[in-house]
Write a protein that binds this ligand. Structure first.
Ligand SMILES: C[S@@+](CC[C@H](N)C(=O)[O-])C[C@H]1O[C@@H](n2cnc3c(N)ncnc32)[C@H](O)[C@@H]1O
Length: 271
């Protein structure tokens, strides 16, 4: 069942909307992540799997008018959305390339910084994306990954519907070669490509009632609902019941929900 161009969360409008909302929600965290990278004016940056917006606007502001940001994205609809975004915002120093992040066709050793946010956790063969990151960065340049790991995504008190939906979603990901626990392993992937000075910062958040990401598991399951049923990971009626039950459980203000464990992992390419 392994499809090399598989993307876990679907390609449609709902995923595009989710990614745009996520960009706004993650902005403070993204700014802190980029602060750590010491991006200077004039820097050349590539963001692999940039999505419809992602880090593009923040990177563009940091590299300034003398710098250049290239966003690489495979999904044509997201490419269009990203191009509309930079046109609407009159951002002149960003270019979007429609290409596979595993073989982008961009010049090797051509960038001061290569980033990828929340890409490895959604695709098979993540090591090929990391290899491309290491190939694109110049000697002494930085590779920076912001990646998720299912480790801390939990609720307490436990919810039967939460556990079952997580079980279905995990089985679906595994069957497609997607590692939902890639965050904790990203340091290894970077080291294995020859990068040095690997630095790791884990982050976990609480999603209280009313927080848009409290329902992230429901959003994931809803996005790939058609595939889950079609590929017989769950029955449609069971999914409807579980979704309704979890909506009810998450409305309980006494239930704690914690986020994925996010890993900021950076490395330097030796001279
Ligand atoms: C969860 S989204 C994150 C988007 C963006 N980095 C952000 O932080 O908002 C993952 C993105 O990676 C893209 N992607 C996945 N595999 C890819 C590949 N092989 N080449 C290019 N883009 C890819 C998907 O289309 C999607 O836009």
């Amino acid at each position: 069942m392994l499809k090399r161009d598989f993307y876990l969360l679907g390609q449609g409008e709902a995923e595009s909307r989710r990614l745009l909302e996520q960009t706004d929600l993650l902005k403070p965290e993204a700014e802190r992540f980029l602060d750590r990278l010491n991006i200077t004016g004039g820097a050349r940056v590539v963001d692999l799997g940039c999505g419809p917006r992602g880090l593009l606007g923040l990177l563009a502001a940091r590299v300034g008018t003398d710098g250049r940001v290239v966003g690489v994205e495979r999904n044509a609809a997201f490419v269009e959305a990203a191009r509309r975004f930079i046109a609407a915002e009159r951002i002149a120093n960003v270019e979007i390339v429609e290409a596979d992040a595993k073989a982008s066709g961009l010049p090797p050793d051509g960038f001061d910084l290569v980033t990828a946010r929340l890409v490895l956790v959604n695709v098979p063969e993540p090591e090929r994306i990391v290899a491309e990151m290491a190939a694109l960065v110049r000697p002494d340049g930085t590779v920076a990954s912001y990646e998720a790991d299912l480790g801390a995504l939990l609720c307490d008190p436990p919810s039967r519907a939460w556990d079952r939906l997580l079980e279905i979603y995990t089985a679906y990901a595994e069957a497609h070669g997607v590692d939902l626990f890639i965050g904790r392993k990203t340091h290894r992937l970077l080291r294995d490509t020859g990068l040095v000075e690997i630095d790791v910062k884990p982050i976990v958040n609480v999603y209280p009632p009313g927080h848009p990401r409290r329902t992230i598991l429901l959003d994931f399951v809803t996005n790939c609902r058609g595939e889950l049923v079609h590929e017989t990971f769950a029955d449609g009626n069971e999914l409807n019941d579980l979704i309704a039950e979890l909506q009810h459980d998450l409305a309980d203000p006494g239930r704690l929900v914690t986020s994925h464990l996010f890993y900021e992992t950076t490395g330097r390419k030796p001279r």
